[in-house]
Design a protein around this ligand. Structure first.
Ligand SMILES: Nc1nc2c(c(=O)[nH]1)N[C@H]1C(S)=C(S)[C@@H](COP(=O)(O)OP(=O)(O)OC[C@H]3O[C@@H](n4cnc5c(=O)[nH]c(N)nc54)[C@H](O)[C@@H]3O)O[C@H]1N2
Ligand SMILES: Nc1nc2c(c(=O)[nH]1)N[C@H]1C(S)=C(S)[C@@H](COP(=O)(O)OP(=O)(O)OC[C@H]3O[C@@H](n4cnc5c(=O)[nH]c(N)nc54)[C@H](O)[C@@H]3O)O[C@H]1N2
Ligand code: SF4
Ligand SMILES: [Mo]
Length: 751
């Protein structure tokens, strides 16, 4: 156990911060049941003492008087606290008639970002979905990384097999559309990414940042290249063209393991640097030079993140990131772009049984807009119309799980108007906020300090094979279900069982037993051929810990249930209070590839067909202003603005605008601007800054805490504006259906 007991009533606890992908080790001092101080754990094998202001705010998150500790039931505008039995009975009372009349097709589920940081939820998404009869799924994923999932599904054969830059050993890093100074890294786990980037330059390497905004990451890099939003695919296609034209393609160790290189050569031939320069706003020579630098580096890597995904050509940009890494031989190379090797494989690594022969898209279409499903989901903006438009197949019920789509999803006004039409809305959430105020029942999870923690997903894109398990700092009130138990209870109700008769332990045993059975029968799985009963008998406990124990023991460093008695188990990991670190990434392409051909499929027709749309982009007239998003170190999407310590200082929800764009519109620093798009209009204070390239303005997302009926006493005093009121829902990246929230045409005038 990681507790040191100090003077009377005080203790120190070690635990991993669950807020972002940096996974910092924290040292938490508690006196008389309250957090008195949070520092970085200097002995943490992974983060070595690093932390950010959000980590130090976890005590305030835990103590937040607005944080829900009991279920809430709403009747009209009145909320009342309820017992768990009452709350589940109310869920049943609401859902049952809908299920009886319309089946699970009339129910949608929305999964939000904290699911990825909470193994009690993430490990239970799959059993929940299966038991619940596969209701329609929406998620924050379609305002995030869907293009990357799609690209990796087709190129590597699995949607979460996403390579990451080998930060600590690379000599050249090209960053597009990511700002780890604020975000701390995304689909890239490493503590203190900013220092790791500086170390690249310090050891003689180079970091180049392509971004319409001179972010802190760009400022601290060797070079900043401003780019017109939404045009990264053009820049990357031109880099690929240069690599071919100048004979710089060198796939090296990948030779024979990649299909489609010649097709790519033909496909990018027309995208010369000269052809794309004006549209990108990047000089042709700079593009040529990027290609040459990447090719010349001993090991280099191109890393694209949210700015390259949540844009008009998200799939092509994400694809071309991989293409350029492959063409320069950097895929799966030390110092290049590599596949992580987590000590406990994630559920995400389990092949999708629905796709045995590779991937198909558009297997079904949304009712109202006719949007094709991609990887099982429609763009999240479809949710509003599927609720609002009457007719056969209309959504009658919504279950949100750790999500705030009223703020995070484009076309926010439409979703806000649609949510009150639901006959049943159930939210598994810890606050009464912009979204959950529309719920009929809110089922709160524990605070981040009341749960055990293991980052079952995030280690899948970590720069080292490390791992840490954290015990709860505070015991939750007895009788409160853990979130995995809430998920199973909801699944049971969806299955038609009475809540009062449901034994979630029985369901958990069914799930675990069935899961082990499936994997022992699946060729290629780590436990293929094992006796499932023996594994079940040998894996102690219940819930997510049992899953993690199984994943560790059957993982690359595990005890293999006897094959390596020295190997890792959850118990052994628990005993290492500062975590274990089993080394840096190793080349492992053959191990992870799951394409039908067994090779990297570099030119899948489903993706390359979109190049015509990109070509058409070249001749398009440019609007005066494009809106992009940003993140702030002191925010976490929409939900941490109720922590007073994070809200100190200047207002952060401002419109960043370049000096010429401001002057041309009669706007000055601090004056109010009206921003208008096809979706809506809002007024916000200007922050005039030369960090914006001209023609681009920038708003953070996750604000707009002024909604009536929400219970966020601190956040509501710093309400800000909801930038997703400006992002039209119909704007999506075509192949992936991912929403566009970067590069949205807007007009700006004095308010
Ligand atoms: N314009 C614009 N929009 C964006 C983005 C952007 O860059 N620009 N980014 C997009 C991205 S990348 C993402 S991931 C999404 C995020 O979108 P969402 O996931 O929908 O939004 P969050 O703000 O993360 O909301 C998290 C919710 O979970 C609740 N919560 C927090 N912790 C817990 C917990 O432990 N358990 C439970 N049950 N609930 C919890 C909070 O109260 C909150 O309601 O936003 C997207 N939207
Ligand atoms: N502090 C903090 N950390 C977070 C979060 C948070 O809200 N706050 N959210 C977490 C989540 S859910 C995610 S997904 C990650 C995201 O992590 P990142 O991907 O690093 O996201 P951002 O910090 O928003 O940086 C995106 C950058 O893309 C730029 N950009 C916009 N449009 C374009 C474009 O068309 N091309 C290019 N090249 N650049 C463009 C923006 O100017 C911005 O600098 O962060 C995670 N970490
Ligand atoms: S960078 Fe901040 S939010 Fe992220 S894990 Fe570390 S302390 Fe937590
Ligand atoms: Mo995200």
């Amino acid at each position: 156990m990681t507790v040191t007991v100090g003077a009377a009533g005080s203790s120190t606890h070690l635990r991993t911060c669950p807020l972002c992908e940096a996974m910092c080790g924290l040292e938490i001092d508690v006196t008389d049941g309250r957090v008195t101080r949070i520092r970085g754990d200097r002995d943490d094998v992974w983060s070595k003492g690093y932390l950010c202001p959000k980590g130090t705010a976890l005590g305030q998150v835990h103590d937040d008087p607005d944080r829900l500790r009991t279920p809430m039931i709403r009747h009209g505008d009145e909320w009342r606290e309820a017992t768990w039995a009452e709350a589940f009975a109310e869920v049943e009372r609401r859902l049952r008639p809908i299920l009886d009349r319309h089946g699970s097709e009339a129910v949608a589920v929305y999964f939000g970002n904290p699911v990825a940081h909470n193994y009690s939820l993430s490990r239970y998404v799959a059993p929940f979905m299966a038991m619940a009869g596969n209701p329609q799924v929406y998620s924050a994923g379609t305002v995030d990384q869907w293009p990357k999932n799609l690209v990796c599904a087709l190129l590597y054969g699995a949607m979460w097999t996403i390579p990451i830059p080998d930060l600590d050993r690379t000599d050249f890093l090209l960053v597009l559309g990511a700002n780890p100074s604020a975000s701390q890294g995304s689909l890239l786990a490493a503590a203190d990414v900013p220092s790791r980037l500086k170390a690249i330059s310090a050891r003689g390497g180079r970091v180049v940042v392509v971004d319409p905004r001179r972010t802190r990451t760009a400022d601290e890099a060797d070079e900043w290249l401003p780019i017109r939003p939404g045009t990264d695919a053009l820049l990357l296609a031109a880099m690929a063209q240069v690599l071919f034209a100048e004979g710089l393609v060198a796939v090296d160790a990948l030779a024979g393991r990649v299909d489609g290189i010649d097709e790519v050569r033909d496909l990018v031939a027309g995208f010369t640097p000269e052809a794309v320069a004006a549209t990108c706003g990047v000089p042709a020579e700079a593009i040529r030079s990027l290609a040459r630098q990447l090719a010349a580096a001993r090991a280099g890597s191109v890393y694209g993140r949210i700015g390259t995904c949540t844009q008009e050509f998200g799939t092509l940009a994400s694809w071309l990131v991989e293409v350029v890494n492959v063409l320069t031989g950097n895929l799966d190379r030390v110092g290049g772009s590599m596949f992580a090797k987590p000590i406990a494989w994630s559920l995400l690594a389990v092949p999708d049984p629905a796709m045995p022969e590779g991937f198909a898209f558009g297997r079904w279409h949304s009712r109202v807009r006719g949007a094709p499903e991609v990887l099982g989901q429609f763009p999240v903006s479809c949710l509003a119309e599927e609720i609002a438009a009457p007719g056969d197949g209309q959504l009658k019920a919504l279950i949100t799980i750790a999500g705030n789509p009223a703020v995070s999803a484009p076309d926010a006004d439409r979703l806000e108007a649609a949510l009150p039409q639901l006959e049943a809305m159930i939210s598994v959430d810890n606050w009464l906020n912009e979204t959950t105020r529309h719920a009929h029942v809110i089922l709160p999870g524990q605070s981040p300090l009341e749960t055990a923690h293991y980052d079952e997903m995030i280690w899948s894109w970590a720069v080292r094979s490390a791992g840490k398990w954290s015990a709860p700092v505070f015991e939750p009130d007895p009788g409160r279900p853990a979130e995995w138990q809430i998920m199973l209870m909801l699944a049971s109700i969806m299955m038609g069982q009475a809540a009062a008769d449901t034994d979630v332990d029985v369901l958990d045993d069914l799930f675990f037993g069935g899961f082990v059975e499936m994997l022992t029968a699946m060729p290629g799985s780590a436990v293929y051929g094992h006796d499932p009963a023996a594994i079940v008998a040998d894996t102690a406990g219940r819930g997510p810990d049992r899953m993690v124990d199984f994943a560790i023991r059957s993982g690359p460093f595990g005890d293999g249930y006897g094959t390596d008695p020295e190997g890792l188990t959850l118990d052994r990991l628990r005993a290492e209070e500062h975590g274990v670190d089993l080394g840096p990434m190793v080349p492992r392409l053959d191990e992870v590839l799951r394409t039908p051909s067994g090779r990297v499929d570099l030119a899948p027709p489903y993706i390359t067909a979109d190049l015509d749309r990109l070509r058409d982009r070249l001749d398009r007239p440019e609007p005066d202003l494009l809106l992009v998003s940003r993140r702030d170190l002191r925010s976490n999407n929409s939900w941490m603005h109720n922590a007073p310590v994070l809200m100190k200082g200047r207002a952060r929800c401002t419109l960043l605008i370049s000096p010429d764009d401001a002057a041309g519109r009669g706007l000055v620093h601090g004056s109010m601007a009206r921003v208008t798009s096809e979706a809506g209009s809002l007024d916000v204070a200007c922050e005039v800054s030369d960090e914006m390239m001209s023609g681009v303005v920038c708003l953070p997302h996750g604000w707009g805490h002024d909604r009536p009926g929400a219970r966020l006493s601190v956040a509501s005093q710093h309400a800000g504006v909801n930038s997703n009121r400006l992002n039209p829902g119909f704007l999506v990246d075509v192949p992936s259906g991912n929403q566009v929230v970067n590069g949205v045409p807007v007009e700006v005038e004095p308010a």
